[in-house]
Write a protein that binds this ligand. Structure first.
Ligand code: ADP
Ligand code: AMP
Length: 217
């Protein structure tokens, strides 16, 4: 299946992506993770992206479209993929449609995880992310056994530098202005499937599998 995960920052896209990717045996592609990797390696892309990410702004379309479309050409994406955090603008969505149709593919569904703003702030200020396997935890809602190390791989857990209240507030504003229009974009294409993201992690996953039933298995 070719899937997109949509939703505000902190809605649980990365958390659910881990489960969905395992269940459907498709690669989880997070443009945020790809960009953070580039920042930590100080590549040309990383140096360019860092100033936008630090402020909670979107990295320019032409940069992100390039890396996402390139990634989708890899062999492991030919039997399906799960995009997390891409597209984030109508221009990115149009570029994705074009690239998929040129290679004879199309999206099967867009999962929209709905969560209220107040909850987002709680989630992101308590989020901890593994620098190695990228698994995410929450100090209260999904605590790791040791607050400094990942249960899954033993990697170091960090509080992302863009998870401060100031940056999260801007990321939410950017989401509403630039990403929310994708909800109607995908509704028009009859691809949008919304789920209530303010339930337990297991309940959200159950709802995702339920709305996808008929499209897979
Ligand atoms: P996104 O990828 O959309 O930015 P994450 O998956 O990283 O969001 O989740 C943000 C934070 O919220 C993490 O700390 C995660 O552990 C926590 N979280 C995710 N889903 C839930 C949920 N259903 N209930 C409570 N906390 C959650
Ligand atoms: P995320 O890990 O999805 O929360 O993304 C972290 C940051 O990376 C965002 O705040 C943006 O600065 C940048 N980013 C990730 N994906 C995109 C995208 N599709 N378009 C533009 N910027 C992005």
């Amino acid at each position: 299946m070719n899937l997109v995960l949509l939703g505000p920052p902190g809605s649980g896209k990365g958390t659910q992506a881990t489960f969905i990717a395992e269940e459907l045996e498709i690669p989880h592609i997070s443009t945020g993770d790809m960009l953070r990797e580039a920042v930590s390696k100080q590549t040309e892309l990383g140096i360019k992206a860092k100033s936008y990410m630090d402020k909670g702004e979107l990295v320019p379309d032409e940069v992100v479209i390039g890396i996402a479309i390139e990634r989708l050409k890899s062999a492991d994406c030919q039997k399906g993929f799960l995009l997390d955090g891409f597209p984030r603008t109508v221009r990115q969505a149009e570029a994705l449609d074009k690239a998929l149709s040129e290679s004879g593919h199309k999206l099967d569904a867009v999962l929209n995880i709905e969560v209220a703003d107040e909850e987002i702030i709680n989630r992101l200020t308590g989020r901890r992310s593994c620098v190695d396997c990228k698994r995410v935890y929450h100090l209260v809602f999904e605590p790791p056994q040791n607050p400094n190390f990942c249960d899954a791989c033993g990697g170091k857990l960090v509080h992302r530098s863009d998870d401060t209240i100031e940056t999260v507030t801007n990321r939410l504003k950017v989401y509403k202005e630039q990403t929310e229009p994708l909800i109607s974009y995908y509704k028009r294409q009859n691809l949008l499937k919304s789920v209530d993201g303010q339930q337990s992690i297991d309940a959200v996953f159950y709802d995702i599998l339920t709305v996808l039933k008929g499209d897979y298995a």
